[in-house]
Design a protein around this ligand. Structure first.
Ligand code: 2P0
Length: 340
C-alpha cells in the first residue's frame, strides 16, 4: 500500500492546498477566525492508502460534539518564525503542537519566510478524553479561509482540514458526518458530508480512566496495522457493512442498532490493533471493567453502549431518558448532547 509508484508524479499536500486556494492571493483581513466541533467516530478510520494526503482505506462516520471543539485565530506575523499559542500559553517551536501547526501553515504560505501567528483554544475539557486534533485542524482551515477571504465550500474546507489530520475531515459540520473514502489519487473526493438526520435525545458520555500520554499514536499505530496485521484485509469489508447498517439505524433512529454497530466496530478495530505486530493494546484493566459494567447493565435492560478510540478511555452512547441511570453507574461521566 501507500503511494502509487510507477514513476507517476505524486501529489503533495501543498499542491492540493494550492490548487484549492489558487489565485486567491494575500490576506484580505488582518486576522481570521474559525471554530469547529470535536467528533467521535461511530464507524472508525484506521488505515491510510496515502500518508502524505491522509487518504483513508475506508470511509468512516462520526458524531460531532456541538460546542466542544476548537477555536483558532490566525494572522500574518513579523517572524522570523511562526508564533503559536495554545490556551493562552506560547508553545515552544520545537514542541509537537507548534511543529504540527507550522507544518500545516507551510501548505498556505504565499512565499517562504511568510509567518503566521496562531492562537488556538480548545473548548474540550483537556482531560475529557475527546481528541482535539480533528477540531483543531478544521478550525484552522476555517480561520485561514476567513483570513484570506477564499469563500471555500464545506467540501473544500474538509479536504484542507484532512491534510492536517485525517479525522479533521469530519469536523466541519455538526451532527452525523460521513467521511467518504474517495478513490482519486489527489483525494479531491475524500471529504466529510453531513447526513440529513437529527437525534436530539442522543447522548455521548466520556469516561476518563487514564489521562496519560498513549504509548503509540494513531498515526504510527494505523500504519503499523496496515503493514503487519494479517486481518487488515478483512477490515474494509467490515467497515462497508457497518457503515450501511449504521446509516440505516440513524435513518430509523434505532438506538439498539446504532449501539450494536458502534460497539462492534470499535471492538473490531481494537482486535486489529491487538493483531498488529508488535501488538498495540490501549485497554487498561479499568477499560475492561467499564466494558463489563456496560454489558451487565445492558443485560438488565439499560440501553447503553460504548465506543473506544486509540486510548484507554471509554465513550458511552445512550439516550437522554437513561442519563440518571448511566450517571449512577459512572459517577464521573461527562455528558454531551451532540444536537444541543
Ligand atoms: C477515528 N482515530 O476514526 C479513529 C479511531 C483513532 C481511532 O481518526 O494520522 O488523528 O492525523 O490522519 O485522524 C485518529 O487518527 O490520524 C483517528 P491522522 P488521526 O476517529
Amino acid at each position: 500500500r501507500g503511494r502509487e509508484g510507477g514513476g507517476e508524479a505524486v501529489t503533495t499536500a501543498r499542491e492540493v492546498a494550492q490548487r484549492i486556494v489558487s489565485g486567491r492571493g494575500l490576506p484580505e483581513e488582518t486576522a481570521g477566525r474559525g471554530r469547529a466541533p470535536a467528533n467521535i467516530a461511530l464507524v472508525k478510520y484506521w488505515g491510510k492508502r496515502d500518508e502524505e494526503l491522509n487518504l483513508p482505506v475506508t470511509g468512516s462516520l462520526s458524531i460531532s460534539l456541538g460546542p466542544l471543539g476548537s477555536e483558532v485565530e490566525v494572522s500574518p506575523a513579523e517572524g522570523p518564525h511562526d508564533a503559536i499559542w495554545l490556551n493562552s500559553a506560547p508553545q515552544p517551536l520545537t514542541g509537537v503542537f507548534a511543529r504540527r501547526a507550522s507544518a500545516y501553515l507551510d501548505l498556505f504560505r504565499p512565499a517562504p519566510g511568510y509567518w503566521y501567528e496562531v492562537k488556538a483554544r480548545n473548548t474540550v475539557p483537556t482531560a475529557a478524553g475527546f481528541a482535539s486534533s480533528a477540531s483543531g485542524f478544521a478550525a484552522m482551515a476555517r480561520a485561514l479561509d476567513d483570513l484570506y477571504g477564499w469563500g471555500l465550500s464545506i467540501r473544500e474546507l474538509s479536504v484542507l482540514a484532512r491534510l492536517g489530520s485525517g479525522s479533521a475531515a469530519r469536523s466541519l459540520q455538526d451532527g452525523f458526518v460521513e467521511w467518504h473514502a474517495g478513490s482519486a489519487p489527489d483525494g479531491m473526493d475524500s471529504y466529510g458530508e453531513r447526513l440529513p438526520a437529527e437525534w436530539p435525545e442522543l447522548r455521548m458520555g466520556a469516561v476518563v480512566l487514564c489521562a496519560a500520554e498513549k504509548p503509540v499514536g494513531s498515526r504510527e499505530g494505523m500504519k503499523r496495522s496496515v503493514e503487519t496485521c494479517e486481518f487488515y484485509r478483512e477490515w474494509p469489508g467490515r467497515v462497508a457493512a457497518d457503515l450501511a447498517a449504521l446509516k440505516d439505524a440513524i435513518a430509523r433512529k434505532d438506538m439498539a442498532a446504532l449501539g450494536t454497530v458502534t460497539e462492534g466496530n470499535a471492538l473490531a478495530m481494537h482486535a486489529l490493533m491487538a493483531a498488529t505486530r508488535p501488538p498495540i493494546v490501549y485497554a487498561l484493566p479499568e477499560t475492561v471493567a467499564a466494558m463489563r459494567t456496560v454489558w451487565a447493565a445492558r443485560q438488565e435492560g439499560l440501553p447503553l453502549w460504548f465506543t473506544m478510540d486509540a486510548g484507554p478511555n471509554v465513550k458511552l452512547l445512550f439516550e437522554a431518558k437513561d442519563e440518571a441511570r448511566v450517571r449512577g453507574l459512572f459517577p464521573e461521566v461527562q455528558v454531551v448532547a451532540p444536537f444541543g
